[in-house]
Write a protein that binds this ligand. Structure first.
Ligand SMILES: Nc1nc2c(c(=O)[nH]1)N[C@H]1C(S)=C(S)[C@@H](COP(=O)(O)O)O[C@H]1N2
Ligand SMILES: [Mo]
Length: 420
């Protein structure tokens, strides 16, 4: 078996288990891979694309057919038609933006096929002037763009299981995506409607069958919420709320009401199904947490991760994602010895608030079993907890808001599995 190059063997460790200085990637000369061969021996006349004209233009591009395995994994609820999830394949992607066709999905009643010409958004309740907007009129309002993650409150819920689930990173933690959302700040519409004194909540309702609804504090709506109309530059996908959805930066996915058709300004929450029987968390005391809006500080190594195999002892680039609904990610530390020692990973800029942040660190694997972990700290000082601490605090009946440190075990044959 080939050994790491001597220049890589001599690099000093910054933490146990072979973690190397994060700045090595910034310097010239740390080429981890060696080019396949300086001169390719493959004869050029065997490559048909060098000899025949290429395919014609297409009105809307598609991924290469060689990348068809980069796809959402669907977890449909067979008992209830239209209910279920599909997961973003986090381990297949790089950078921080989720392509629109791979944004995760969570529908309680399937994807309504909405004709934008017949869709209306009504703003009413404790307002001086109730308003009704069609899509065309909303498109003429001033807009704002922001890169933001959306994470379902039920993301990573398999972490509560007694045994570590053996599935790819994306199919456990991929109810998480990140896009540039463009839309109309809600404060503009609320000002136009003229919110009256006494109002403190807004009830948002979707136009899917069942009209899913959620209550959101008026202060948050005024502060930074958007009526999202564009997703990564193009109009929303039907799965993600076409023609318009609520964007609630940093807060639980379920509040980002899709296919938005009604905003009712009120003085109390509506106590809908998804804020009472669901998306609440039973604690060891017997009391349930309710209105747990903000998504906590969290991170995950995506490469390497479950199901991947390291081909040989060598220097690898560990890479992953960190995020927090409380603001910016300030720090990500990585451990290669199961949490005994930690080293700072490099954060890729820009590290935006309530947006995914990519981290990287070089790691020299010596071929012995290792346990890889990452832990994030946000600008408010929130530190991602160890699993034991989270379970001690919240018990295991809560289901939602699991944000504990994720551990990957690397066996001596290079196979990566999930461990606690
Ligand atoms: N109208 C409506 N809005 C909805 C839902 C829904 O089923 N109906 N699902 C919610 C949940 S639970 C989540 S996590 C997010 C998922 O958004 P996405 O499917 O665009 O990823 O949408 C929320 N908005
Ligand atoms: Mo969700």
């Amino acid at each position: 078996m080939p050994r790491p190059r001597p220049d890589l063997l001599s690099l000093p460790e910054v933490a146990g288990g072979g973690l190397l200085d994060r700045r090595l990637f910034l310097r010239r000369g740390l080429a981890l891979a060696t080019a396949a061969a300086a001169v390719d021996t493959q004869a050029a006349d065997e490559l048909p694309w060098l000899h025949t004209p290429g395919a014609p233009f297409t009105p809307y591009g598609q991924p290469s057919p060689h990348e068809r395995l980069t796809a959402r994994r669907i977890g449909a609820n067979r008992a209830v038609a239209g209910n279920g999830v599909s997961f973003t394949p986090l381990e297949e992607l790089e950078g921080i933006i989720t392509p629109n066709g791979l944004h995760f999905e969570r529908h309680h009643n399937g994807v309504p096929q909405i004709d934008p010409a017949r869709h209306r958004l009504v703003v009413h309740g404790i307002v001086r002037q109730p308003l009704s907007f069609d899509v065309k009129s909303l498109l003429r309002y001033p807009m704002r763009s922001q890169m933001l993650f959306i994470e379902c409150g039920g993301n990573s819920n398999a972490g509560w299981h007694g045994e570590p689930i053996q599935r790819s990173a994306g199919s456990v933690h991929g109810l998480l995506s990140c896009a540039e959302w463009t839309g109309v700040p809600l404060s503009i519409l609320l000002d136009e409607a003229g919110v009256d004194v006494g109002a403190s909540w807004v009830i948002a309702e979707g136009a899917d069958a069942g009209a899913m609804n959620m209550s959101i504090p008026l202060a948050k709506m005024r502060d930074d919420c958007l009526i999202g109309l564009y997703q990564n530059g193009e109009r929303l996908r039907p799965e993600n709320g076409y023609p318009m959805r609520l964007i609630v930066p940093g807060w639980e996915g379920v509040l980002h009401v899709k296919w938005l058709q009604r905003l009712e300004v009120t003085d109390q929450p509506v106590m809908s199904r998804n804020e009472t029987s669901k998306y609440t968390e039973l604690q060891p005391s017997g009391k349930a947490r309710q209105f747990t809006f903000t998504m906590d500080c969290k991170s995950l190594i995506t490469s390497p991760s479950h199901g991947q195999t390291l081909p040989r002892p060598d220097v690898y680039q560990l890479s992953g994602l960190a995020w927090s609904g409380h603001g910016r990610i300030r720090r990500v530390e990585v451990s290669a010895d199961g949490g005994k020692s930690w080293a700072d990973a490099a954060l890729e800029s820009p590290a935006l608030p309530r947006c995914l942040t990519r981290f990287r660190i070089p790691w020299r694997w010596d071929g012995k079993p290792a346990v890889l972990k990452s832990r994030a700290t946000d600008e408010r000082g929130n530190l991602q907890p160890e699993r034991a601490a989270l379970v001690a605090e919240r018990g295991r009946a809560g289901y939602f808001h699991y944000n504990a440190i994720v551990a990957w075990a690397v066996e001596d044959d290079g196979l990566v599995t999930h461990t606690y």
